[in-house]
Design a protein around this ligand. Structure first.
Ligand SMILES: Nc1ncnc2c1ncn2[C@@H]1O[C@H](COP(=O)(O)OP(=O)(O)O)[C@@H](O)[C@H]1O
Ligand SMILES: [Mg+2]
Length: 262
């Protein structure tokens, strides 16, 4: 039995009077690759922002390694968890290398300069993500795919065991999308990192993650092994739409094929 990393219990959260998370409970297991899927507006981004304390829900509890999240300082939390937000335009006036160095901030104190450890973490992160060639490029000159890979490299350089990503590949072409998942899988398998990835790409969730959670109307509608999500009309109920599945020729998992529109 794997250890629980996040123990989320009865979490409720509202914007003004609109309830977005509704007594939500979920356990996230250490060293799992979990995908969170579900309809737009279901509360996925709000949930992950609660996990990294951008939002502090007034009702319910989140334990990280058995410690209530509010007892952990932002800096300590940043040592454990990296967050890759939804792809956004940015005009960071840094090179990729400077951006990765900045990601080391949880490890720096006001009185110490960059250590050999920091430099090693940055070098390793460039190596793992195959982005060495981008290190001297300015962030605002990178393509969407390159920028996203640098964000993942920065998440790695930050040094924690958990990486949370919000729609990491939504606007990317198939090659860059595949590259992102390949790297996430590598980090997960080789570095034993816990990956929590919010995505609309259900096939990627089925093929690359261990577990899937479905978040709908602020509640977890389904949680289980990723290959279970195509069974029992689960997706049909979630999205109120028909799905057609085929067996993937290489791994025999059921995946979705697009509907033909007559
Ligand atoms: N900062 C905000 N202020 C007001 N409403 C918000 C804010 N952020 C999100 N919402 C609302 O909360 C609901 C859930 O949003 P979100 O968590 O972004 O969903 P998802 O990521 O699943 O698409 C939506 O109805 C959205 O409009
Ligand atoms: Mg979202």
């Amino acid at each position: 039995m794997n250890e629980i990393l996040f123990d989320i219990k009865n979490l409720s959260f509202s914007f003004d009077k609109k309830k977005v998370l509704n007594s939500l409970s979920l356990n996230i297991t250490k060293a799992d690759f979990l995908s969170i899927i579900g309809p737009n507006g279901g509360g996925k981004t709000t949930l992950v922002k609660c996990l990294i304390r951008i939002y502090k829900p007034p009702i319910g509890t989140i334990l990280l390694n058995n410690i209530p999240l509010e007892k952990i300082s932002q800096k300590e939390l940043a040592k454990q968890i990296s967050y890759v937000p939804q792809i956004s335009e940015n005009n960071f006036p840094f090179t990729a290398k400077e951006f990765l160095m900045l990601a080391r901030y949880p490890h720096l104190s006001r009185f110490t300069s960059i250590s050999a450890n920091d430099k090693k973490a940055v070098t390793e992160a460039f190596d793992i993500t195959n982005t060495n060639h981008l290190s001297d490029r300015h962030m605002n000159t990178l393509s969407g795919g390159e920028k996203q890979m640098i964000f993942i490299a920065a998440a790695l350089a930050q040094g924690g065991d958990v990486i949370i990503l919000d729609e990491p590949a939504t606007f990317l072409d198939p090659k860059h999308e595949h590259d992102i998942y390949k790297i996430l899988r590598k980090i997960h398998l080789q570095k034993k990192k816990t990956i929590v990835s919010v995505t609309h790409n259900i096939n990627s969730a089925i093929l690359y993650s261990d577990k899937i959670a479905i978040l709908k109307n602020g509640e977890i509608d389904f949680y289980g092994n990723s290959d279970q999500v195509t069974k029992d009309g689960i997706l049909e109920k979630t999205y109120d739409k028909k799905f057609t599945f085929i067996k993937h020729p290489s791994c025999n998992k059921s995946i979705i094929v697009p509907e033909v529109i007559q």
